[in-house]
Ligand binder design. Structure first.
Ligand SMILES: [Zn+2]
Length: 341
């Protein structure tokens, strides 16, 4: 059996050299366990003569306490080392780019609205807005559509309760033009972008709500030539410099003469395809010279002022530009659709 001195020397030496907490645990069993070296000595004390037993017992117990303390220290140190090693493994490379936070983007209709606004601002226009809930006066009466005028049937209107106030959801943004003219004197150039509403069945090209941009230019010498120039400039900026337009006679109560403005099909360069139904043209805009009755309704002298107005569907422009087959996609909020823009 080893002497106490030897046990002490070996034990302290081994504790110091222990590589990890597991090794230390095994050492503790070896020295202080039930059949450990020191335990065996303590157990053997009872066979010793009394005098020797007293001295050995005191020494052995002192050693036991010393070793217990040494093991405790060893455990503490190895624990700290293990922690540091873990942090060392988990190195932080500050030169790496940070984790990206997903950000959203603008709705395709908002994008086309901004683009259209920027083009018209570059052509000297001012952007104005008006209410979506509108009075019958601004939506119809002042636009040369008296109460029983059959032209009102061109718009399937959503009326608001109670009916006695004759409030409605605006069927076009022309109402904004009336509101603007009541408060301003010509000459001016404005566009009024906004949401409009119709009471009708939906399909790939019709929805109960869509978006329009209406334009109005009023001055002393305004003619169809100005109308043609402005609309052509607009479409060339939006769809490319090769775009062509054509004017066809049409009827809108608030203009005279009135036109449908078609643009050359960008898909087939006017040769004819399925998008333009083989005609080479796409119907995108209504326009015309402002009717004298509209000027009278806002207190302008129709002999002094002339103007042209036009209206274009933002949804239709976005569908043409981004090749979207169904107008209802804009309001369905399907993330698979929206992510494409
Ligand atoms: Zn085509």
């Amino acid at each position: 059996m080893d002497s106490l001195e030897e046990i002490k020397k070996n034990a302290l030496n081994s504790i110091e050299k222990a590589a990890d907490e597991e090794a230390l645990k095994l050492l503790k069993i070896e020295y202080l366990g039930r059949s450990g070296n020191l335990t065996m000595i303590l157990r053997g004390l009872k066979d010793m003569p009394e005098a020797e037993r007293r001295v050995m017992g005191a020494l052995a117990n002192a050693l036991r306490q010393e070793l217990e303390g040494a093991f405790q220290n060893g455990e503490k140190n190895l624990g700290a080392i293990a922690k540091t090693a873990h942090f060392k493994q988990e190195k932080i490379d500050i030169s790496l780019p940070g984790a990206k936070i997903p950000v959203g983007h603008l709705h395709p209709l908002t994008k086309i609205k901004k683009e259209v606004e920027e083009i018209f601002i570059s052509l000297g226009f001012e952007v104005v807005e008006g209410p979506e809930m509108e009075r019958e006066h601004y939506a119809f009466d002042a636009l040369n559509m008296p109460k029983d005028h059959p032209a009102r049937e061109m718009w399937d209107t959503l009326w608001l309760e109670p009916l006695k106030d004759r409030m409605l959801l605006r069927p076009q943004t022309s109402s904004v033009q009336i509101r603007y003219m009541e408060k301003h004197e010509p000459p001016f150039r404005i566009i009024a972008p906004g949401r409009v509403f119709r009471y009708e069945a939906t399909d790939v090209s019709h929805d109960i709500q869509f978006h329009q941009v209406e334009g109005l230019v009023v001055g002393e010498d305004i003619s169809v030539a100005n109308l043609k120039h402005i609309t052509l400039s607009f479409f060339r900026k939006l769809f490319g410099k090769d775009s062509q337009i054509r004017l066809r006679p049409s009827f809108f109560p608030f203009v005279e003469p009135g036109f449908e403005v078609d643009i050359s099909c960008a898909q087939c360069q006017g040769r004819g395809c399925s998008v333009c139904k083989s005609s080479g043209w796409l119907e995108v805009m209504g326009a015309g010279m402002v009717h004298p009755n509209v000027f009278k309704a806002v207190g302008y002298n129709p002999k002094l002022w002339r103007g042209f107005a036009f209206g274009v569907g933002l949804d239709r422009l976005a569908m043409t530009k981004y090749k979207i087959p169904d107008i209802r996609f804009f309001s369905e909020n399907d993330i698979r659709f929206l992510r494409q823009f």
